[in-house]
Design a protein around this ligand. Structure first.
Ligand code: UDP
Length: 329
């Protein structure tokens, strides 16, 4: 299949590009490089530096490469930033997706796999989360993605040949097993990379955001899914989509780990005692988020190969140790 990947220079998108190519697909990456890295794009893929707002540029790329399916990763993805600058989030994530959909409509592209998020659920009433539970985001980032899910439902109802899947990610972690790709964010705020950067001496300390949550050890519980498992689901879904499909899937391993458990894992993997301090809760953090991915495993046979946290952290550590300066190194 000829596949266009938006955000293919980013953390998750770059792993998806590699898997698509390895599976025999032809890939065009579209990225404005505002957060992504040109060096993260596999050499086998074509690359176009285009902003999502540029509907005409997107249409040209879709037509020129005879694109049959799109994976849409390009987005801003910091919850805190979205609270301070909601317009940037609605502009990039929501308006950007609409611009992309207009290009798909003009170019008659009928398949889309959309990168959605667990943040569309907000503070869940109970866990594990399943896809049919209410969605009530608690920050602009979650709403900006929720809006796209809404638009996709309506657009697909209007065009019965169109098909899409919205994949709701939990905590994506790890790096390519072969060490070729990994996480390089600026600023880096995610727990596992922050711990590993501290292990490399690039952070003086790591603050645990809250130890008074109603969880067994008082710290937040999250479901960490390996980036390669997540991308494998994208390829599977892209290949499975049929006209008229409107699919929604959680992508998670179905098991939560507390912040303290993640710290212990990072200490086991690195063999180092990490500089930890305890601080206040971070606004907008639900106490417990983990999900059931039974729906995608039942319907498409997907399951996460990485189920052990140490194995996930080990791949991230391989990346950080071999690329201490990220893609700049
Ligand atoms: N966290 C933390 N210290 C950090 C970064 C994260 O205690 O420096 C906690 C955060 O409060 C959450 C969990 O680790 O409970 C995972 O946070 P992350 O930012 O990695 O992902 P999120 O769950 O926000 O998508």
């Amino acid at each position: 299949m000829n596949v266009l990947v938006t955000g293919g220079a980013g953390y998750i998108g770059s792993h998806a590009v590699k898997q698509l190519l390895d599976a025999g697909h032809r890939v065009v990456v579209v990225d404005n490089l505002c957060r992504g890295h040109r060096r993260a794009v596999d050499r086998r893929a074509a690359f176009r530096q285009i902003d999502l707002a540029d509907t005409r540029g997107l249409t040209d790329a879709l037509t020129a490469h005879a694109i049959e399916g799109v994976m849409h990763f390009a987005a801003l993805a910091y919850v805190g930033e979205s609270v301070g600058n909601p317009l940037a989030y609605y502009d990039n994530n929501t308006a950007g997706a609409i611009s992309l959909l207009k290009a798909l409509q003009t170019a008659r592209v009928k398949r889309l796999v959309f990168s959605s998020t667990a943040a569309t659920y907000g503070e869940p009433e109970r866990t594990p989360l399943v896809e049919s539970m209410p969605q009530q985001p608690v920050n602009p980032y979650g709403w900006s993605k929720w809006c796209v899910e809404r638009v996709l439902r309506d657009y697909s109802a209007a065009d019965r040949e169109f098909s899409f899947a919205a994949l709701r990610y939990f905590n994506v972690a790890g790096a390519a097993a072969d060490g070729s790709l990994g996480e390089d964010h600026d600023p880096e705020t995610h727990l596992i990379p922050v711990l590993l950067l501290a292990a490399l001496g690039q952070r003086e300390r790591v603050t645990v955001f809250g130890s008074d949550y109603p969880t067994p050890d008082g710290t937040c519980i999250r479901d960490y899914v390996h980036v390669e498992d997540l991308c494998a689901a994208h390829v599977l879904v892209m290949e499975a989509l049929r006209p008229g499909d409107a699919r929604f899937y959680n992508l998670a391993i179905g098991r939560g780990y507390s912040v303290k458990e993640v710290i212990a894992s990072a200490e086991r993997v690195t063999g180092l005692k990490l500089p930890i301090q305890y601080g206040a809760r971070r606004p907008g953090d639900p106490a417990i988020l983990f999900a059931d991915s039974e729906k995608i495993s039942r319907q498409l046979g997907w399951s996460a190969r990485y189920r052990d946290l140490d194995a996930i952290v080990q791949t991230a550590w391989n990346w950080f140790r071999s690329h201490p300066q990220g893609y700049r190194g």
